[in-house]
Design a binder for this molecule. Structure first.
Ligand code: 5GP
Length: 202
């Protein structure tokens, strides 16, 4: 019997800006290179060291609004005055090919994914404390003080959405956080609903 090819797993990772998500994601992808990381579209300006098509697809507001009008996003949201969105076509193609897809998105987008894709696994990454988050945002040295305090306020609001997530991971150390996410994904893959073929003939 050939096992039925299953759809890829849609994985959503959210967490306050500055929590170290990108570093955790880099570690996770080095352990699980089979996972496809979705490159979002955004209207925000690239930060130093960011490249178009690598960290984000950086587009103008007009281009982004055109994509909204053509219904090209699985989800999109406005976050600190900029648009961020996930291309529907890319995600659908990967999942249909049986490839697991990772989205790094904020809480409004995650809520939309939850509605549209109930099988998605939603993971929230927390900082060990808000004091530590403030230290990390200042240490990054890329944003103005006003932007940082906005991000800290947003972070507190975002944490109120934790009950909408399936799992909570505290980013104390990068390797421990990545390890926990890997364990979550292993457990998800073992769910009985994905192994109905094993029951055939029982
Ligand atoms: P940053 O500007 O720090 O790169 O990202 C700001 C926030 O936008 C982060 O919380 C990040 O997860 C979120 N984000 C990035 N891409 C997307 C996306 O495609 N959709 C949504 N809803 N949020 C996104």
């Amino acid at each position: 019997m050939t096992p039925k090819k299953r759809q890829g797993q849609l994985i959503v990772l959210s967490g306050p800006s500055g929590v170290g998500k990108s570093t955790v994601i880099a570690e996770l992808l080095s352990e699980r290179p089979d996972i496809y990381f979705s490159i979002s579209f955004t209207t925000r300006q690239p930060r130093v060291g960011e490249a178009d098509g690598v960290n984000y697809n950086f587009v103008s507001r007009e281009t982004f609004e055109g994509m909204i009008a053509r219904d090209e996003f699985l989800e999109y949201a406005k976050y600190v005055d900029n648009y961020y969105g996930t291309s529907l076509k890319v995600i659908r193609d990967k999942l249909d090919a049986g490839i697991d897809v990772l989205l790094d998105i904020e809480v409004q987008g995650a809520a939309k994914v939850r509605e549209k894709c109930p099988d998605a696994v939603l993971i929230f990454i927390m900082p060990p404390s808000f004091e530590e988050l403030s230290r990390r945002l200042h240490g990054r040295n890329t944003d103005e003080e006003e932007v940082i305090s906005g991000r800290l306020r947003t972070a507190r609001e975002e944490c109120k959405q934790i009950p909408n997530y399936d799992f909570l991971v505290v980013n104390d150390t990068v390797s421990a956080a990545a390890g926990q996410i890997i364990s979550i994904l292993v457990a998800e893959g073992c769910r009985t609903k994905y192994h109905a073929d094993m029951m055939e003939g029982v």
